[in-house]
Design a protein around this ligand. Structure first.
Ligand SMILES: [Cu+2]
Length: 267
């Protein structure tokens, strides 16, 4: 029975590139869905897939540690920003979303806005169709500056397989202070080394205790612009900027920066 289910899920996956949720604005790394994304950057047509499940890590945080070829937004601390999602994805009855920033290239994330319980939903409406696909919120006024900040959306879905979703966008922050202290982004349902948040089954307080227990983290701005965690072994080709003009064909032939392990997908 279980294996039949698995085969059914795999064949379903093969035919559906539109499952799950993904950020489209600001342009996340590897996004094939936003024409405003930097031309020529690598894409991942599974951008809407989770980066891990409660059993297994499928991809690194952010889906890739490789930065976009340029920042996709410049935000002032204290300003209101808008984050948009592809409306065609499966919303899995909502769940917990965190919006967060990293100042160390994507290793540690400080939360700048929570949308807990009913992310993508209007109130307590369990549905697989997203009812809210745009969130506007004020960034903390006390954020430090960085030309290499990483903005993240992460999501723990309410229904379906126990999964962790995360997309990241490279942004510049114009700040005022030297450091900012806030909640450390909760990473759950991302391999056995992280807490497991069970299926909500109508109880939208599921996992809230873990959010309440998030430790505080202090991030500091960088004046050097160095970004030790970005890049990794795969260096962006130096010839890339010359080929950036032929965006469409370049994008199509581009391969995803991250090796993804196949995960048991939800539907
Ligand atoms: Cu899904």
């Amino acid at each position: 029975m279980a294996s039949i289910l698995k085969i059914a899920l795999v064949s379903l996956l093969a035919s559906s590139a539109t499952a799950h949720m993904a950020m489209i604005e600001p342009c996340p790394r590897l996004s094939p869905n936003n024409p405003k994304c930097p031309a020529g950057d690598p894409v991942d047509y599974s951008i809407k897939a989770p980066i891990g499940t409660s059993d297994k890590i499928g991809q690194p945080l952010c889906k890739t540690s490789k930065k976009s070829s340029k920042n996709v937004a410049k935000w002032k601390a204290g300003s209101t920003v808008t984050v948009k999602f592809d409306p065609s994805g499966a919303a899995h009855s909502g769940g917990h979303c965190q919006f967060a920033l990293s100042y160390d290239g994507g290793k540690n994330f400080v939360v700048v806005n929570d949308v807990l319980r009913y992310c993508f939903m209007k109130g307590n409406k369990g549905s697989n169709v997203a009812q809210v696909t745009s969130y506007s919120f004020k960034l903390p006024a006390g954020l430090p500056s960085s030309k290499n900040a990483v903005f993240a959306w992460s999501w723990i879905n309410a229904s379906g397989n126990r999964e962790f979703y995360m997309n990241c966008a490279d942004v510049e922050i114009e700040g005022t202070s030297k450091s900012f202290t806030g909640s450390k982004m909760l990473v759950a349902n991302y391999g056995p080394g992280t807490p497991r948040v069970g299926e909500f089954m109508g109880n939208y307080n599921t996992g809230i205790d873990l959010f309440n227990k998030r430790p505080k983290i202090t991030v500091t701005g960088s004046s050097t612009g160095a970004n030790p965690a970005a890049g990794g072994p795969q260096k962006r080709s130096t010839a890339k900027s010359t080929s950036a003009k032929k965006s469409a064909s370049a994008k199509k032939s581009a391969t995803a920066a991250s090796k993804s392990t196949e995960l048991p997908w939800c539907n």
